[in-house]
Write a new protein. Structure first.
Length: 233
């Protein structure tokens, strides 16, 4: 009789945000170790976005939008990413969402890491290497998300906007996220941002990547009953 294949714990995507040792009890106060995890996670996230840009096979939706803005303005892609974060934060006001230290850091550090990444990472020419950059970028975004989300210092501007719309209007989270992402990528593409295979791969695999990133943070001391909020589909 064949036994079912046992998947290692670190490979199973998490359905909760784990309660970690570095988790902060407040959105505005954090220990140095928590700040270190936050900065590392956001830096990895921004570097992953940079790998997608450098691969030139298509970016994630918000980076497509930011890249489109650079075509029509003197802004760099990092500055355009930061400007979009500020605009989205302003959209939180009527939704009465509460930011945190992580929200502000998200807007600044991801934009900075993205800008530095596109300046220092060499552009590959071989297709297989460009695909590797895309896969590596998505993996870094998942790992970075797993780190910064478990600090409990507040959602990023885009995530907060999504959950705010969900709470305010009762729309399913999945539909809100899909609607936002499609709208953003279409606008960015019309502005001149790069859409392609990388965009499709990002759409298909960023969710599982974030789930695996969260699972990597789980050391077995968290469960849905331990106060970790359930991830919504």
């Amino acid at each position: 009789m064949n036994r079912p294949l046992k998947v290692p714990g670190w490979l199973r995507p998490s359905r909760t945000i784990p309660v970690t040792r570095w988790r902060s009890a407040s959105r505005w106060r954090a220990r140095p170790s928590t700040l270190g995890v936050l900065i590392l996670g956001l830096t990895l996230f921004g570097t992953g976005e940079a790998l997608l840009v450098v691969a030139d096979l298509g970016n994630g939706p918000w980076t497509v939008f930011a890249q489109g803005l650079t075509v029509h303005t003197p802004m760099s892609i990092g500055l355009a990413t930061f400007a979009l974060s500020v605009i989205v934060l302003l959209l939180w006001i009527p939704l009465r969402e509460r930011p945190g230290l992580g929200t502000i850091a998200n807007a600044i550090i991801i934009a900075g890491a993205l800008q530095i990444g596109v300046q220092v990472i060499p552009s590959p020419s071989a297709l297989w290497l460009r695909l590797l950059f895309v896969i590596g970028g998505i993996a870094l975004i998942g790992l970075g998300s797993g780190l910064y989300l478990t600090t409990n210092l507040g959602p990023g501007p885009r995530d907060g906007w999504m959950t705010g719309l969900h709470v305010r209007f009762g729309w399913p989270v999945a539909r809100v996220r899909t609607g936002i992402e499609i709208s953003v990528v279409v606008i960015g593409w019309l502005l001149g941002g790069t859409v392609g295979l990388g965009t499709v791969l990002f759409a298909l695999f960023v969710g599982p990547s974030v789930g695996w990133g969260l699972r990597l943070m789980d050391r077995g001391d968290s469960s849905p009953d331990a106060g970790a909020p359930e991830l919504e589909a």
